[in-house]
Design a protein around this ligand. Structure first.
Ligand code: BGC
Length: 752
């Protein structure tokens, strides 16, 4: 298909029309030229395809579909292959339903536990989020269906989401808020990218040429089309010029006319409209060429897959005295309404109309399980009678499992949480049950961290997150040991909300949110501050035990252009089959840059039989050591020592080794009279010239330093001189001669 030739046949009106939706979910057809409508649909953890009344908040009905674990859960699997399988299943469903693009994955960074949409996002860590997003895109697109990675960029709160400006310095954007998009674009070429609602440093993402063209296309090489989030367009003409190809949904022709007028008035180059059309049509026809409407959609099989996946995502946070797994022969009390009707997905545009939902109680049929409601999630209340019933059930059982977490209204697209607490009625219930039965375990259904005032009183905690429609089956399998839990946290659980680094600034003032914590997001902050947390990033227990040993670095020293191989051995030292998530972190040892203590740069999920051990390897490249340098406007590896640390959580890193990394980059240098001596001393190329200058001016200096030596030591002298500007040599004794020599030195230095 010659897309350029096709666009050449279109009228200006037809072209402008193609740059916005036909309705809520379709691009426009141009029948006379054989251009079909093309349907997109939410996303991201299943299909929300609306055939009738459309909306972008999940209010109206959509077709029956399968809800897989939401991203908060999926990321905890630390298993990109599993996410790829989820993508393949979603891709198949899209084929069956004639959809060209599924609107996901959503990869915004969890800056604060309060963001109402955290459940839809993967992680507080950009590397983990990038790996998961890439895996999802790979899976969906392998089925000939497109993805729309969203929401580009820095859309980390729901508060004022259509007007607020996320204000962050470039280093923070490049190191924290961009890399998940960057990795996915470079590795997987998503067919489309969805720009976010918010402004970025004052400019709407939907009309930001730096974001949509310079970074996304010129630097990262994005080939597909950019669509707006639903209603994110402010100035359509500016947006088109900036690189926003498709406005969604329809604007009833209003913005199409503005494009036509701007072209006619000579304010918008028609070539830009052509370019947007080419990009859109490339994807429209790619979908046509790849359409396989006869693809079956086996919902039963997908339900089973969803259950398997949910079990891989569950994180065993606490397991004192080995309270879990439970014994199937024992009487167990399931307490809490979520045991019957689990909370397994979040509210808003990702809300799926599930063809089936299995709660834990139903899944535990045949076992000796009794149930007490404990609280009403809808009313968010309990009563003395409900508590008494729960306590009686707990007392009569060997162990009590309280199913708790956040009711629907607590977290959703469209608004943020105000606090990190669980409902008071549920906290009360947990305390009462724990007092009645020492073998109390809490199963949590929530999309983001909660405070756990009762943590010291319960023996076990299973974080099941919003695990999709089959989460009940998965939970029962893990509780009773049919599946050994292997999830690890993709986010830190702070002890309390005010510990979070964005706490002082989250939500911002008016339409401005400053990202003042910079790169210190999540564990990057807690670890640097050496703060206690409730559960650290990467944490996750197992019913077996693992030993990490024998760390080997391919080399002792590398240049920043080399790669480094890191190998280690993981052994299952327990008596059950199990999986662990080996995590590799890199941190600079000392150095002059303000950096996190360590950052995740590699991970692998390893499955091992009892007694089995296996070598695993990671390959680190420049990016594993680099920071964004604004002067260089590029990635930069400061020369020095780096620590490689490996283990099963950000706070349990038994294997450590150091490597020296040499930098091949030269930072732009400019020296003048206000440069301080210390900076010259640290520059290996400048140092010989400085030494030469010092020798020349030595006789005067000698007199001075002899006089001074009685009062101060040589060390103090050096330390004080370090911060002296070069002009100091003139004021403090050198006069005109020193000025002349210094100017000559500067000339040489600036020619280096
Ligand atoms: C959401 C997007 C979603 C779109 C379409 C918007 O409100 O932010 O994530 O894809 O609606 O439903």
């Amino acid at each position: 298909m010659d897309i350029k030739a096709l666009v050449a046949k279109m009228t200006l009106e037809e072209k402008a029309g193609l740059c916005s939706g036909d309705d809520f979910w379709h691009t426009k057809a141009v029948e006379r030229l054989g251009i079909p409508r093309s349907m997109v649909s939410d996303g991201p953890h299943g299909l929300r395809k609306q055939n009738d009344k459309a909306d972008h908040l999940g209010v109206n009905d959509s077709i029956k579909a399968v809800c897989f674990p939401a991203a908060c859960a999926a990321a905890s699997s630390f298993d990109p292959d599993m996410i790829t399988r989820m993508g393949e299943a979603i891709g198949d469903s899209c084929q069956h339903e004639g959809l060209s693009v599924v609107l996901g994955p959503a990869v915004n960074i969890k800056r604060s536990p309060l963001c109402g949409r955290n459940f839809e996002y993967y992680s507080e860590d950009p590397y983990l989020a990038g790996r998961m997003a890439s895996a999802m895109i790979h899976g969906v697109q392998s089925r000939g269906v497109g993805t729309s990675i969203k929401h580009f960029a820095a859309n980390n709160q729901e508060h004022r989401r259509l007007s607020s400006s996320s204000d962050a310095d470039e280093r923070t954007l490049r190191e924290i808020y961009f890399p998940a998009f960057e990795m996915a674009v470079k590795r997987e070429q998503p067919w489309t990218v969805m720009c976010s609602y918010n402004r970025l440093n004052g400019v709407f993402a939907s009309e930001n040429p730096w974001l949509l063209t310079d970074v996304l296309r010129r630097e990262w090489g994005f080939q597909g089309y950019v669509m707006s989030d639903w209603g994110a367009v402010s100035d359509r003409v500016k947006g088109l010029a900036a690189g926003l190809d498709l406005e969604m949904p329809a604007s009833d022709g209003v913005n199409d006319r503005k494009i036509v007028e701007a072209v006619r008035a000579g304010k918008l180059d028609e070539a830009l409209v052509d370019q947007a059309c080419e990009r859109i049509l490339n994807v429209v026809f790619r979908a046509v060429e790849n359409a396989r409407p006869d693809t079956p959609w086996d919902m039963e099989a997908q339900h089973r897959l969803s259950a398997e996946m949910a079990a891989e995502c569950i994180v065993l946070l606490k397991n004192e005295n080995g309270v879990l797994p439970l014994d199937k022969a024992d009487k167990i009390a399931f307490i809490g309404e979520f045991a019957k009707t689990p909370r397994f997905q979040g509210g808003g545009s990702s809300h799926i109309n599930c063809f089936r939902i299995t709660g834990a109680l139903a899944a535990a049929q045949g076992l000796d399980v009794v149930y007490a409601q404990g609280y009403s999630a809808g009313k968010d209340e309990t009563s003395d009678a409900m508590i008494a019933e729960a306590v009686a059930a707990a007392k009569a059982a060997k162990a009590a499992v309280v199913f708790a977490g956040l009711p629907d209204a607590y977290e959703s697209e469209g608004y943020d949480r105000q606090h990190m607490r669980m409902p008071a009625c549920q906290n009360r219930l947990i305390e009462a049950v724990a007092a009645a039965n020492s073998n109390t375990v809490v199963v949590l259904h929530n999309g983001a961290p909660v405070e756990m005032p009762w943590i010291g009183k319960v023996r076990g905690v299973l974080e099941a997150y919003l695990g999709g429609q089959a989460v009940g089956e998965a939970t029962v399998r893990v509780l009773f040991g049919d599946v050994n839990p292997s999830g690890h946290l993709a986010e830190t659980f702070p002890l309390k909300l005010s510990d979070n680094p964005s706490y002082l600034y989250f939500g911002g003032e008016g339409n401005r949110t400053e990202y003042r914590e910079g790169v210190f997001v999540g564990y990057r902050y807690y670890d640097k501050k050496e703060m206690p947390v409730l559960f650290p990033f990467g944490h996750g227990l197992s019913y077996t035990s693992f030993e990490y040993a024998n760390l080997r670095l391919g080399r002792d020293a590398i240049r920043d252009t080399d790669t480094l191989t890191v190998t280690l051995t993981v052994k299952n030292t327990g008596s059950r089959f199990g999986k662990t998530a080996a995590q590799l972190y890199v941190g600079a040892v000392g150095g002059n840059y303000i950096r996190p203590a360590r950052e995740l740069k590699g991970f692998e999920k390893v499955a091992l039989a009892p007694g089995e051990s296996r070598d695993i390897s990671f390959t680190l490249d420049k990016r594993a050591f680099a920071i964004w340098n604004e002067a260089l406007h590029d990635w930069y590896v400061p020369a020095g020592q780096y620590e490689i640390a490996v283990g099963d959580s950000s706070r349990n890193l038994p294997l450590r080794a150091q490597i020296a990394v040499e930098s091949t980059a030269q930072l732009p240098r400019h020296y003048d009279m206000n440069t301080i001596f210390m900076d010259l001393m640290a520059d290996p190329q400048a140092r010989p010239l400085l030494d030469e200058y010092m020798k020349q001016t030595q006789s005067q200096d000698q007199d001075q330093s002899e006089a001074a030596s009685e009062a101060i030591t040589q060390e103090m002298n050096l330390a004080m001189m370090r911060y002296s500007p070069l002009r100091g040599a003139i004021s403090f004794g050198g006069g005109a001669a020193a000025e002349k020599a210094m100017l000559a030195l500067l000339e040489k230095l600036n020619q280096l």
